[in-house]
Design a protein around this ligand. Structure first.
Ligand SMILES: [Zn+2]
Length: 137
């Protein structure tokens, strides 16, 4: 299933040109045209799913096999020091294109591209217990 005005569906259908570095029956991966770093790659399912909650488990698992395979290749071929796997869900989390996608972002020790500085706060035992009760299965 495709979404009419989705740029990633258009890439899948070759309506928009891209540098596709991998393709199988379910997924494609292509170079990000506005890369954070050299080799920044996007992996998507060929079927339009909006986000993590939308993609079926089987297809999610198959996509992550591709993410792993490509990450190893990018690591070896580009001689980088590491990489980030980034996947945003919903606008509040920075999702811009509403077609499920995973970023592979190559990193080097000195790249200064972006540093993930997650602000941590102290919380109380009571607050932790309250959220624990809400989330525990
Ligand atoms: Zn799409």
């Amino acid at each position: 299933m495709k979404e009419k005005n989705c740029i990633f569906c258009k890439i899948t259908d070759r309506e928009i040109p891209s540098r596709i570095i991998f393709e199988n029956d379910l997924n494609i991966a292509f170079l990000d045209i506005s890369p954070i770093s050299k080799g920044h790659t996007i992996v998507i399912p060929k079927t339009h799913y909006s986000n993590l909650e939308d993609i079926p488990d089987y297809e999610l698992a198959e996509l992550h096999k591709v993410v792993k395979q490509l990450s190893i290749r990018i690591h070896q071929k580009l001689k980088i020091d590491g990489y980030n796997i980034l996947q945003n869900n919903f606008v509040a989390a920075g999702q811009v294109i509403k077609h499920f996608h995973v970023h592979i972002i190559p990193r080097t020790y000195d790249d200064e591209k972006f540093r993930i500085k997650i602000p941590r706060t102290q919380t109380s035992e009571e607050e932790l217990n309250n959220i624990f009760k809400v989330l525990k299965f």
